[in-house]
Write a protein that binds this ligand. Structure first.
Ligand SMILES: *[C@@H]1O[C@H](CO)[C@@H](O)[C@H](O)[C@H]1NC(C)=O
Ligand SMILES: *[C@@H]1O[C@H](CO)[C@@H](O)[C@H](O)[C@H]1NC(C)=O
Ligand SMILES: *[C@@H]1O[C@H](CO)[C@@H](O)[C@H](O)[C@H]1NC(C)=O
Length: 424
């Protein structure tokens, strides 16, 4: 069974930003999630490398990788939005990663999805993964989310060499499918898949102009279409699993088109000075026109932490309990009819989801390991600046309407403290 749904409504009035969340058609609820395994590229990478220590967050000593956002990436923020404290995050994403190094223009020293899955099998697949054997990690299928965000570099490497990605798509998605199958075989049952953002709007691409810009756009669209087709076939192949596809295009397009609505002052340029500094989220440099947090772009190809934080917030709403509101004034109509109040701005998202049949036993498949869970996630470690200026999570739910966060500064980070600076 699969349900296509749309309409996550993000409205901003003056003052607080109000997030109206739509039914989570996938059946995945963030409130049930205790562990997240992340797979992806620089839009998700934290530098975490289990070879440096399974509980070594976010990868101290791994000088190759720091979050490319000036602070954290979306998975780190998402992992703080669990209901019972932090969610344990094991994020295997690596900057520059593609789905399969043999297919996309090889950056073959960088672990692709295929390699990240191998690492996951080695350390986390139960019952024999190293981290399980050493009792460092315990996770259960029904409370574990597999977050997968690939395609930016598959599309981008084709675009960068002036080619269409289309001839490679069937190979890429054969491999993608095999990697997902490996995760499923290892016990993965909840998948959150993210699509390729409108990379043609990133400063470095936008500045290039056509035909480069349109090629980036076309290749992103092509990958997203293949991704959507993959997710379509998913329920028949993996009836016991759940999947939610989050289309990042409307999220980015809306913020870029109306930055001020979301607390940003600049959505088209980056200030190079900020991209040389990390973990100082509230930095304001005189050489830049705005504080770092008011730029959509941290560098010419990567969004700031503030965008990542907003993305995590929106995704947390997608993974929230179904709303049963009937008090839904005139908003845009949606396929499910459970829509909520619409203030001024709408970020439509498209999500293709599947739920296991009611009789499915997916919820009871247990892969619990032998040891106690560890994995309290990085954000609580170390000293440094406080995460976001006085940010508090002011979330509350009423009638399916989730009232969250104030624009710009209050998009919530629960933990205090940053983590050590690692040089670029
Ligand atoms: C990666 O791509 C190559 C070339 O198409 C293929 O032979 C290989 O099986 C793929 N790897 C995985 C794990 O799917
Ligand atoms: C994915 O692999 C399964 C077998 O593991 C196959 O049945 C299915 O058709 C594949 N899906 C795609 C989109 O290739
Ligand atoms: C997950 O499965 C375990 C073991 O079957 C069960 O005890 C637990 O309640 C389940 N949790 C959820 C959120 O369904």
């Amino acid at each position: 069974m699969s349900v296509r749904w749309s309409a996550l409504v993000l409205g901003a009035a003056l003052g607080p930003l109000i997030v109206h969340a739509q039914t989570s058609a996938s059946g995945i609820l963030l409130s049930d999630i205790k562990t997240i395994f992340g797979f992806g590229d620089s839009y998700s990478a934290t530098g975490y490398t289990p070879a440096l220590g399974v509980s070594n967050f976010p990868g101290y000593g791994n000088v190759r990788e720091i979050p490319k956002s000036g602070r954290w990436v979306w998975l780190q923020y998402l992992s703080q939005l669990g209901t019972d404290g932090d969610i344990a995050l094991y994020d295997l994403a690596a900057s520059g990663a593609v789905v399969n190094n043999s297919i996309s223009t090889p950056l073959s020293l960088i672990p692709a999805f295929t390699d990240q899955v191998d690492t996951w099998i080695n350390y986390f697949e139960q019952p024999m993964g190293q981290a399980i054997v050493t009792s460092q990690v315990s996770w259960e299928a029904n409370s574990t989310l597999f977050a997968v965000w690939f395609g930016i570099n598959d599309a981008g490497s084709a675009s960068g060499s002036g080619n269409s990605v289309s001839p490679q798509l069937s190979g890429i998605f054969d491999s993608y499918n095999r990697s997902v199958a490996q995760l499923y075989a290892g016990g993965a049952r909840n998948f959150l898949i993210l699509g390729v953002p409108p990379m043609e709007l990133a400063p470095s691409v936008a500045q290039a102009g056509d035909p480069t810009t349109s090629l980036y756009g076309d290749n992103a669209d092509a990958v997203n279409e293949a991704l959507s087709n993959f997710v379509d076939t998913f329920p028949t192949v993996y009836p016991e699993a759940r999947i939610s596809l989050f289309d990042t295009q409307p999220f980015f397009s809306t913020i870029i088109a109306s930055p001020e609505t979301y607390g940003f002052m600049d959505s088209t340029t980056d200030c190079v000075a900020y991209s040389l500094i990390t973990n100082q989220p509230d930095l304001t440099l005189p050489v830049c026109e705005w504080p770092m947090s008011q730029y959509v772009w941290w560098n010419s190809y990567h969004p700031t932490w503030a965008v990542h934080r907003l993305l995590a917030t929106v995704i947390s709403q997608v993974l929230s309990p179904p709303t049963t509101t009937s008090a839904a004034p005139s908003g845009p109509s949606t396929t499910s009819g459970t829509e909520s109040v619409v203030p001024s701005t709408v970020i439509p998202t498209t999500s293709l989801s599947s739920e296991p049949p009611a009789s499915s036993t997916s919820g009871s498949t247990s892969f619990s390991g032998s040891g106690q869970a560890t994995g309290s996630v990085a954000p609580t470690q170390s000293a440094g600046s406080s995460p976001t200026s006085g940010a508090t999570r002011a979330g509350g739910r009423t009638d399916g309407v989730v009232v969250a966060l104030a624009v710009g500064v209050a998009l919530a980070v629960g933990g205090a403290g940053g983590w050590a600076l690692v040089a670029l």
